[in-house]
Design a protein around this ligand. Structure first.
Ligand SMILES: O=P(O)(O)OC[C@H]1O[C@](O)(CO)[C@@H](O)[C@@H]1O
Length: 478
C-alpha cells in the first residue's frame, strides 16, 4: 500500500496510481531534479513571497503570500485583529441580521460556498432562527448574470420580510478582488434596488483589494464614499487561494463556522507540506504523481470526486484552482494543463462512471472519503422479504456510500484506471482546512514541476476585452 498518513488522521492513498501499469519508482527518480527545484521554490516563497517569473496583470513582479495565511500573527494577513473583527461581524449578524446575500464569482464565491455547504448544509435557509443559533439565512448571488435567479432571490427576500412583519434586515456582502467584475456588481445593484423598492432595510459590506496596481479599485472607492465597512482581499493572494482570507472567512463568520479551527487545519497541513521527502509530503506527492501521469501516461483529465452531497462545492472550488492555475503556457513555450471535472459520489457513479471505466485511458479519478459520517442513520429492516432490499438493510447509509467508493476504486484499478483517495477522519472545519490547504500547495508544486506561473490568469482577459465593446454596442442600440 502506498499511503501518506498524518498524525491528524488525514491520509493520501496513491496505491492505485503506482499500480502495475501505472507510475513507477523510476519515473519519480527521473524527476528528482525537478522535485528538488520545486522544494527550493517552496522554501523561497515561504521566506520571501517570491515566485520566480510570476508577474501581475500589469507585468509587475508580485508577491505570492498564500503560505502565511494559516498563521494568525501580528503583521500577517490574518492578524489577531482581523480575526477579532470577523468574529465581531459574526456576532452582529447573529444579533441583527435576518438574511445575508453574498455577491461574488470564481475565487470570490467558490471557497465561501464550500464553508457554507459543509457547515450549514442544504437546508440551512429553511431552518428556524433558533435551529440556526440565530445566525442569518444566507444566499449567494453574482455567480452568474441570470436575471431569473436574481428576481427569484429578491422575491424570496420580500417574502421573508413580509413573514417577519417588520424589523427585517438584510446584509449585502459584495466580494470582488478587482472590484468591478460584471457578475457580482450587476447583481448587487439589481438586488440593492429591489430592496429599496420593497422598503426592506439593508446594510452593505465590501470585500475587495484596496487597489489594483496604482489605482484604487472601484468597489473600494464606492465603499469609502458610502461609508460601508470594508474587509480586504489582500495583495499577493489570488482569488482561488483566498478562502483562507477574509473572502472565505467572512462567510464562515456570519454563519458560525469555526474559522479558527479551519485555519488550524490549514496550519497543520502547511507543516506537513514543508518536507522535501516526497513520501512524507502529501501535496508534493499529489503534484508529482499527477504531473507524471499527465506528461508520461496521457492521464491529463482529473475527475474530482468527493463522496457526500455537501462536498460538491469542494469539487467546484478545486476546478477553478486547477484550471486557472495550471492551464497555460510553460516556460519553454509548450502548453500544460489538466482538465478538471466535477463529480460527486455516489451520484455520478450513475452518470459518469461508465466513461471513467471504459472510455479513453486519459484520466485520474481523485476520491475524497470521509471515514466517519455525522449521521448514523441506517436502512431499516422493513422490506426484508425482498432479498434485494434485505441485501443492504441494517447498514448505515454512510457505510453504503463508502463501500461504493471502495468498489469504484477497485473496479477502476482492475483496468489500469488511475485513481487516488484522500481520506478525512470526519468532515469538520479542521479537516476541511487541511484538505483545502493541501490542494493549494499541490497546485504550487505542480506549477513548479510543469514550469508554469500558477498565480496569474492572462487567458481570462481575452474574452473580457471583447465583452466590453459588445456591451457598449447594446447600450447604443437602446
Ligand atoms: O474577485 P474578482 O476580481 O471579482 O474576480 C473573480 C474571479 O474572476 C477571475 O479574475 C477570472 O475572471 C478569477 O481569477 C477570480 O477569482
Amino acid at each position: 500500500m502506498k499511503k501518506i498518513t498524518l498524525s491528524s488522521g488525514f491520509s493520501f492513498d496513491y496505491t492505485n496510481i503506482m499500480m502495475d501499469g501505472g507510475v513507477v519508482q523510476q519515473d519519480i527518480e527521473e524527476s528528482f531534479e525537478r522535485i528538488a527545484n520545486a522544494v527550493k521554490a517552496s522554501e523561497r516563497v515561504r521566506r520571501s513571497g517570491v515566485v520566480d517569473g510570476h508577474l501581475s496583470k500589469d507585468g509587475e513582479p508580485e508577491a505570492v503570500l498564500f503560505p502565511q495565511l494559516p498563521y494568525i500573527e501580528e503583521g500577517n494577513i490574518n492578524s489577531p485583529a482581523v480575526l477579532h473583527r470577523l468574529e465581531a461581524l459574526g456576532k452582529h449578524a447573529q444579533a441583527e441580521i435576518d438574511a445575508v446575500v453574498s455577491f461574488g464569482i470564481g475565487g470570490s464565491y467558490l471557497g465561501g460556498k464550500v464553508l457554507f455547504d459543509v457547515h450549514c448544509g442544504e437546508f440551512w435557509n429553511s431552518m428556524s432562527a433558533e435551529e440556526r443559533n440565530q445566525y442569518p439565512r444566507l444566499y449567494f448571488s453574482g455567480n452568474n448574470v441570470d436575471g431569473d435567479r436574481t428576481e427569484a432571490l429578491i422575491d424570496q427576500l420580500c417574502r421573508e420580510a413580509q413573514a417577519k412583519g417588520g424589523n427585517y434586515k438584510v446584509m449585502l456582502i459584495v466580494i470582488s478582488k478587482s472590484g468591478s467584475t460584471i457578475e457580482p456588481m450587476s447583481n448587487f445593484m439589481v438586488v440593492e434596488q429591489g430592496l429599496r423598492e420593497a422598503g426592506i432595510d439593508y446594510e452593505v459590506i465590501a470585500v475587495t483589494d484596496p487597489h489594483e496596481g496604482e489605482k484604487e479599485t472601484l468597489l473600494h472607492g464606492l465603499a469609502v464614499e458610502k461609508n460601508w465597512p470594508i474587509f480586504s482581499v489582500p495583495d499577493g493572494v489570488g482569488g482561488r487561494f483566498s478562502v483562507f482570507t477574509e473572502v472565505g472567512l467572512i462567510i464562515g463568520a456570519v454563519t458560525g463556522f469555526a474559522i479558527r479551527e479551519f485555519l488550524d487545519g490549514a496550519k497543520s497541513m502547511d507543516e506537513a507540506c514543508q518536507t522535501g521527502i516526497v513520501t512524507e509530503n502529501p501535496a508534493l506527492m499529489n503534484a508529482l504523481l499527477k504531473y507524471i501521469a499527465a506528461e508520461k501516461y496521457g492521464r491529463n483529465i482529473e475527475i474530482m470526486m468527493p463522496y457526500g452531497d455537501n462536498l460538491k462545492s469542494l469539487s467546484e472550488w478545486y476546478v477553478q484552482l486547477l484550471a486557472e492555475s495550471l492551464g497555460k503556457e510553460q516556460k519553454d513555450g509548450s502548453r500544460y494543463g489538466r482538465t478538471p471535472v466535477v463529480a460527486v459520489g455516489t451520484t455520478d457513479m450513475h452518470a459518469q462512471t461508465q466513461e471513467h471505466q471504459e472510455g479513453r485511458y486519459n484520466k485520474i479519478v481523485s476520491f475524497v472519503r470521509i471515514a466517519k459520517g455525522k449521521s448514523d442513520l441506517g436502512v431499516p429492516h422493513i422490506y426484508d422479504t425482498y432479498s434485494k432490499l434485505a441485501a443492504f438493510s441494517g447498514l448505515p447509509l454512510h457505510t453504503i456510500m463508502n463501500t461504493a467508493l471502495e468498489a469504484n476504486a477497485e473496479a477502476l484499478t482492475s483496468d489500469n484506471r488511475f485513481n487516488c483517495t484522500v481520506e478525512l477522519p470526519q468532515l469538520n472545519a479542521f479537516h476541511l482546512g487541511e484538505i483545502m490547504f493541501m490542494y493549494c500547495w499541490a497546485i504550487f508544486y505542480e506549477g513548479q514541476l510543469a514550469g508554469v506561473d500558477a498565480f496569474n490568469q492572462p487567458g481570462v482577459e481575452v474574452y473580457k476585452k471583447l465583452l466590453g465593446p459588445k456591451l457598449a454596442a447594446h447600450k447604443e442600440d437602446k
